[in-house]
Design a protein around this ligand. Structure first.
Ligand code: LMR
Length: 335
């Protein structure tokens, strides 16, 4: 009898929802509010994924957990958002991997040119042994990496000439995200590189403070880069993806059942987001091909080989600086 009684009590406790049912009556202080800040537009792969994530979490907790998404650097710009996360001023961000390298420089492995050919290769790497070490390093800094989202592969644009051979990079000044690997990539090609926040990309190119940049088709069209640049080379030379991060202290304080809802929603959105990123980039490429607003050069295999050779020293210097493990597990070395 006693066992049956205890089981009934336990069952009742388990099935009782931990979310207050009448959530609409609750104030912001009584609900769980997650502020999610990012720097791109709402119609980009990251913008769309963060909104879908917010919707799923709200639906599945009956509104007890509210995810407030702040796009377009509305709250914080590059460089600021990571500090804001660490200080607990926002709970979630999803920066490009290059933008967390000031905290964990090993993440620069994702910036190495021609390291990945497909998003599947990226996923395998991030889920593999080197990826696990990279994620652990973030946890050691007080940040929980909860998911990994794609944007896609970067292309080169500039205002001077079509970029075919490494010599064509001479005298160009590229806008880059903050990452030594990216800086060295352009130095090896004979160009200069300067860090600028994403919200400034259009204006530095328009004012001609800088005359070149690299980014995905999605970001190029979203930021109207094609209005202020004359040439684009379809090089797919570098990968651009995002780590979805949560302040670790905040994460650990969340009730287990809320953590489960968040992780489930992220898993679903991540799956959906991967094909969305491919679709958005293909759409923007088609748009640029049709608009006759920018000269498009498709890098040939022979030209790509020349770029790869010129950039090879980056791999050795990365290995020396951060350890061979990150390089050894790259798909490039398994082909
Ligand atoms: C950039 O700064 O170019 C990108 O990281 C922006 C983004 O988040 O996609």
């Amino acid at each position: 009898m006693l066992v049956i009684l205890i089981s009934i009590v336990l069952l009742a406790a388990c099935s009782a929802r931990d979310y207050p049912v009448d959530h609409e009556q609750l104030s912001e202080e009584e609900r769980i509010v997650i502020r999610f800040s990012h720097v791109v537009g709402e119609e980009t792969p990251k913008g769309l994924a963060s909104r879908r994530f917010a919707k799923l979490v709200e639906e599945r907790t009956d509104g007890f957990v509210e995810v407030q998404v702040f796009p377009n650097s509305f709250l914080y710009k590059d460089g600021e958002e990571l500090d804001a996360l660490l200080a607990g001023e926002v709970e979630m961000i999803a920066p490009a991997t290059s933008k967390i390298t000031s905290l964990v420089p090993e993440w620069q492995v994702m910036d190495l040119p021609f390291a990945f050919r497909t998003m599947e290769e990226v996923k395998e790497y991030i889920d593999g042994p080197a990826g696990e070490v990279l994620k652990k390093k973030l946890r050691e800094q007080g940040i929980s990496p909860l998911a990994f989202w794609d944007n896609g592969f970067k292309q080169m644009t500039n205002n001077e000439r079509p970029l075919r051979n490494p010599e064509d990079f001479r005298d160009l000044q590229f806008r880059i995200m903050e990452s030594d690997v990216l800086k060295e990539q352009f130095q090896l090609l004979g160009a200069e590189a300067k860090v600028e926040t994403f919200d400034q990309v259009f204006s530095v190119l328009e004012r001609q403070t800088l005359n070149a940049q690299e980014n995905t088709f999605s970001n190029i069209v979203n930021r109207k880069v094609h209005h202020v640049q004359d040439y684009i080379t379809v090089s797919n030379h570098g990968y651009l993806g995002y780590v979805v991060l949560m302040n670790d202290q905040f994460w650990k304080k969340l009730p287990d059942e809320v953590q489960i809802v968040i992780l489930d929603a992220l898993e679903e959105v991540t799956e959906w987001q991967r094909s969305l990123a491919e679709e958005v980039n293909r759409e923007k490429y088609d748009y640029l091909s049709a608009c006759q607003c920018i000269d498009i050069h498709e890098l040939s295999d022979a030209e790509r080989k020349q770029w790869e050779e010129a950039l090879l020293p980056l791999y050795e210097s990365f290995s020396e600086r951060y350890g061979a493990i990150y390089i050894d597990y790259l798909p490039k070395n398994k082909r």
